[in-house]
Write a protein that binds this ligand. Structure first.
Ligand code: MN
Length: 720
């Protein structure tokens, strides 16, 4: 049984200056708090944290990690609070314990492959400190070693989770001995028959195997020493799980797994690796396609080695790995091997994903003590992604910065299109909330609500963007079709025909075919957008149609560019109820731009579209400025008519009660109707209020903005 002394001696061996008192204190604290608790095995509970700490000693971790290993179950399983841990051991250790407590609450619920991968990433993303994961792996390893005491159902679940989540996690961090042990232990509980049969079969051939290993070792060592290469050659059975996988994959039984034994040659320098490879290939014939150079191209977990398979002395396949001792240590301990090398180059790895490892090799040159080193070691490996749960426990992956709207569209287009709000971990959040790893998201929908253009600024996934755009586009088509229909109706009426009689789907279908458009709706849209004149379309089903002459006087004021539009529309049109007259242009189709909603009194400018008339923008509208200068026309308000429009006003203020009331008083006292109001709060205790109000002119707006800004607590008020 492991004792406190084993732990202390172990730490001293690799870190002579370590502050062992912290470890002793953690031991006593844990012993006291877990007193009287027993494990399923019947042993005192304390054995578990001690064993976990000892595994961390094997990984040569720092004092804080080992103390946290001893304390890792105190907050989860006893009455100890995190505050208490912090008071006793300081924030660094408390943070580690907190991370472990949080991870222990995650439970892996489904077994689909993609889920497992996301889950692993989520664990990495949540545990910001890599030590949390190393301690978690040690915890899981000891639990797997003592899994026998649990009920079968639980054994299965835990073994499955270990195989899908924790063994790959150990592999990703490059700690191969933990990965192998976790895999073998999982196999033991998931496929006990297979496991014990393999154990027996491997044992039966033990003598034979040892003789064989000896023979191959001697051949290799002798050959290499002829070339003055000093080497350590070892041969070992592959771990059971990898034998099992091989049998499964190749559909063969145990007798036919030839490369059961893997040989490893450790040499002193990197060039010797390649030299050794050449020598091996001159002794035994290599199997084509089996050579891999992980030295020139290391694996993502930084594993480096040369791999080859050759035909051995009895015509059997032998797998051989060649590497330096330093590469070997990294292969065995992965990330944990790092701080043992004060100098020594680490080769290039996957630049993007392992940036942190590069930074780390820089730091470690300056650091003397592993704890310092470890504390700076943060995982930003998956910083670009967040992993969140659906209410049913599925994991979904999003790019960083994603909001509930992205989530809603990932669930279903309909959910996205009717999304009105979201709950994160049971609490209501604004739609601009940025998802965090580990959040459980629930979307609130309302059938009568629809996407708006500003959602495009809130979403980051291309799926959500595309869906919102397609919704808006659909809406624009509807509008276009509506305008087209009324243009055609007016033209028919003017010519003395009944729109209801002639604007039928039969006629429009005929027009669509003739104009090579997909649907009758497209015909309306094309007319609405001015691609075709109404007369062009009507003549398709009414060949005799002559459009009526415009009444005298109506076109008198046309000039220049305007005449060009009028050629398309001929008759003056005023489609929108709120169309406004603009001086100098006469009666022409006027549309008020939606981007800047100009009001009488605002400086304005017009933009010409053929067949669509003039669109009036505010003179400072950025959209207008980006347009072709040639199509701009000077316009001005001819008279101030009674015109009511909705505009948006943005007020930024302190997030405190009562202010909203004061602000709405400003509107009501000016007899201004609030059509819609939205309030969002920011992390810096500000509130952003968007009021949609109905106003009739610009001076009215100026007045309320002034009044709003006078309210104490209001930072700014502006028209959107
Ligand atoms: Mn534990």
């Amino acid at each position: 049984m492991v004792t406190l002394n084993d732990i202390l001696e172990g730490v001293k061996a690799y870190h002579p200056e370590a502050d062992l008192d912290i470890i002793k204190h953690a031991y006593e604290f844990s012993a006291q708090r877990h007193a009287k608790q027993t494990r399923r095995t019947g042993e005192p509970f304390l054995i578990h944290p001690i064993e976990v700490a000892m595994i961390l000693v094997h990984l040569k971790l720092d004092v804080a990690s080992i103390a946290a290993g001893l304390l890792h179950d105190t907050v989860e399983d006893t009455h100890v609070t995190l505050e208490e841990v912090e008071k006793e051991f300081g924030p660094a250790i408390a943070n580690l314990v907190d991370g472990l407590t949080k991870l222990s609450k995650l439970s892996f619920r489904t077994s689909r492959e993609k889920q497992a991968e996301n889950f692993r990433k989520m664990i990495l993303a949540m545990a910001k400190d890599i030590r949390v994961i190393l301690i978690k792996l040690a915890d899981r390893l000891h639990n797997m070693r003592t899994l026998e005491a649990l009920a079968e159902e639980k054994q299965q679940r835990i073994a499955q989770e270990t195989l899908e989540i924790y063994a790959p996690l150990a592999n990703r961090l490059g700690i191969s001995w933990i990965k192998s042990e976790l895999e073998d232990l999982s196999l033991r509980y998931l496929k006990p028959d297979m496991y014990y049969r393999l154990v027996q079969q491997v044992a039966k051939k033990k003598k034979e195997r040892e003789k064989y290993i000896e023979l191959v070792r001697n051949i290799i060592s002798e050959k290499l020493s002829q070339y003055n290469i000093h080497s350590e050659v070892s041969g070992r059975s592959k771990h059971l799980y990898s034998v099992y996988k091989k049998m499964e994959k190749q559909h063969i039984d145990f007798e036919h797994v030839y490369d059961l034994i893997a040989f490893r040659i450790l040499v002193e320098t990197l060039p010797q690796c390649y030299e050794t490879l050449g020598i091996i290939h001159s002794v035994w014939t290599p199997v084509p396609g089996r050579f891999k150079d992980y030295i020139a191209m290391p694996k993502a977990n930084r594993y480096q080695s040369l791999h080859t398979t050759v035909i051995g002395p009895y015509g059997e396949r032998i797998e051989i790995q060649i590497r330096t001792k330093e590469m070997h240590n990294i292969a065995e301990e992965g990330i944990a091997a790092h701080w043992k090398y004060k100098e020594g180059e680490i080769n290039k790895y996957d630049e993007e994903r392992f940036k942190w490892l590069r930074a780390l090799t820089e730091w470690q040159k300056e650091l003397k003590d592993p704890s310092e080193f470890l504390e700076t070691l943060r995982i930003d490996l998956f910083d670009e992604e967040v992993y969140v749960f659906t209410p049913r426990g599925d994991v979904k992956e999003f790019p960083k910065g994603a909001t509930p709207i992205d989530f809603a569209y990932a669930v279903h287009t309909d959910v996205g299109n009717h999304c009105v709000g979201a709950k994160v971990n049971g609490r209501i959040v604004p739609l601009k909330y940025k998802l965090k790893s580990g959040d459980t998201i629930e979307i609130v929908t309302n059938e009568s609500r629809h996407p708006s253009k500003d959602w495009l600024d809130l979403v980051v996934t291309s799926r959500a963007k595309a869906k919102i755009r397609s919704y808006i586009k659909g809406q624009e088509r509807e509008e276009g079709a509506e305008i087209g229909r009324s243009i055609l109706a007016k033209e028919l009426r003017r010519g003395g025909y009944s729109p209801t009689r002639y604007l039928t789907s039969g006629h429009l279908t005929e027009a669509a075919q003739k104009l090579k458009l997909e649907s009758p709706e497209d015909v309306l849209i094309k007319v609405g957008y001015g691609f075709f004149t109404p007369a062009e379309v009507i003549r398709i089903f009414l060949p005799d149609f002559k459009h009526a002459e415009a009444k005298k006087g109506e076109r008198e004021e046309k000039s220049g560019i305007i005449s060009k539009i009028l050629q398309g529309t001929k008759a003056p049109l005023s489609l929108r109820k709120d169309a406004i007259a603009v001086k100098g242009v006469g009666q022409v189709l006027i549309r008020v731009a939606r981007c800047c909603t100009p009001l009488p009194g605002d400086p304005v400018s017009g933009f010409v579209t053929r067949g669509r008339g003039v669109t009036v923008h505010r003179a400072d509208c950025s959209l207008l400025l980006s347009h072709d200068a040639e199509r701009k026309v000077d316009v001005e308000w001819s008279e101030t008519r009674e015109l009511r429009r909705n505009i948006k006003i943005k007020v930024i203020c302190a997030d405190k009660p009562g202010l909203l009331m004061e602000m709405s008083n400003v509107f009501t006292s000016n007899s201004i109707n609030i059509a819609n109001a939205r309030v969002r709060t920011t992390h810096d205790k500000k509130a952003i209020n968007i009021f949609e109000v109905t106003v009739s002119d610009a001076s009215q707006v100026k007045k309320i903005l002034k009044q709003l800004e006078k309210i104490e607590g209001v930072v700014s008020a502006a028209r959107l």
